[in-house]
Design a protein around this ligand. Structure first.
Ligand SMILES: Nc1nc2c(ncn2[C@@H]2O[C@H](COP(=O)(O)OP(=O)(O)OP(=O)(O)O)[C@@H](O)[C@H]2O)c(=O)[nH]1
Ligand SMILES: [Mg+2]
Length: 220
């Protein structure tokens, strides 16, 4: 059972067993935001971070009895391909890469997006999504070989009528989770270690708050 009507609170975040970050890439107007909004429906809660021109959607779900907090990252207003700020990719666990079946240029730009994604995140699962199939159902007979060539999962979807939208995002969450758990990516392992270390040292230091060294001049 899922419940995404209530926005996650700090408490929920604290209680969550897992947390994953999923990013969305693709040219402007391919339907990235519409897809996310379609998936989240009335449960979505956009949070504008104007500094980086991005929208963060929080989503909570339960998978195999575990509470999973999902951060969906969505960029705003990318004119064709332009490099993203590195923090967009930072610690992402999966990527949903979207193009518009009605505009060939958006498909042709996929290799640019993919190349940049791989520079920052060489190993994360990436799902390729052909959006707007409602406008012309015959496009599903066309072959879009980019995904196959790269060995990536591929979906025909429509944010307008909802075709395959839930499927894409559920798969993305699942893949993000298994990536996070099984990743052999060196940096991710380091990050996991650091996170554990962070928790342990917090637990320790909460017992002896008075002993902190803050403000003490550096002897070195
Ligand atoms: N027919 C049809 N139109 C769609 C679909 N998805 C999105 N659109 C339309 O495409 C336009 C762009 O959608 P957005 O979701 O704003 O696109 P975006 O990728 O977020 O664009 P940026 O934020 O500029 O990067 C809007 O007018 C949508 O209504 C779809 O599945 N079918
Ligand atoms: Mg958008």
């Amino acid at each position: 059972h899922e419940d995404y009507r209530t926005p996650p609170s700090l408490q929920e975040k604290y209680d969550a067993d897992e947390q994953v970050k999923i990013i969305c890439l693709g040219d402007s107007a391919v339907g990235k935001s519409k897809l996310m909004e379609r998936f989240l429906m009335d449960g979505y809660r956009p949070q504008q971070l104007s500094t980086y021109a991005l929208t963060l959607y929080k989503y909570t779900t339960t998978i195999n009895g575990q509470t999973v907090l999902v951060d969906f990252w969505d960029t705003a207003g990318q004119e064709r391909f332009r490099s993203m700020h590195p923090s967009y990719y930072h610690k992402a666990h999966a990527c949903v890469m979207v193009f518009d079946v009605q505009r060939k240029i958006t498909y042709k730009n996929l290799p640019n997006w993919y190349k940049e994604l791989r520079e920052y995140r060489p190993e994360i699962p990436c799902l390729v999504v052909a959006n707007k199939i409602d406008a012309d159902i015959k496009v599903t007979q066309k072959s879009f070989n980019f995904a196959k060539k790269q060995g990536l999962p591929f979906y025909f979807v429509s944010a307008a009528d909802g075709t395959n939208v839930v499927k894409v995002f559920k798969d993305a969450i699942q893949m993000a989770l298994s990536y996070k758990k099984n990743s052999s990516d060196f940096m991710d392992e380091v990050m996991r270690e650091l996170e554990n270390f962070d928790l342990e040292s917090k637990e320790e230091s909460s017992d002896k708050e008075e002993e902190t060294q803050e403000g003490k001049p550096d002897s070195a």
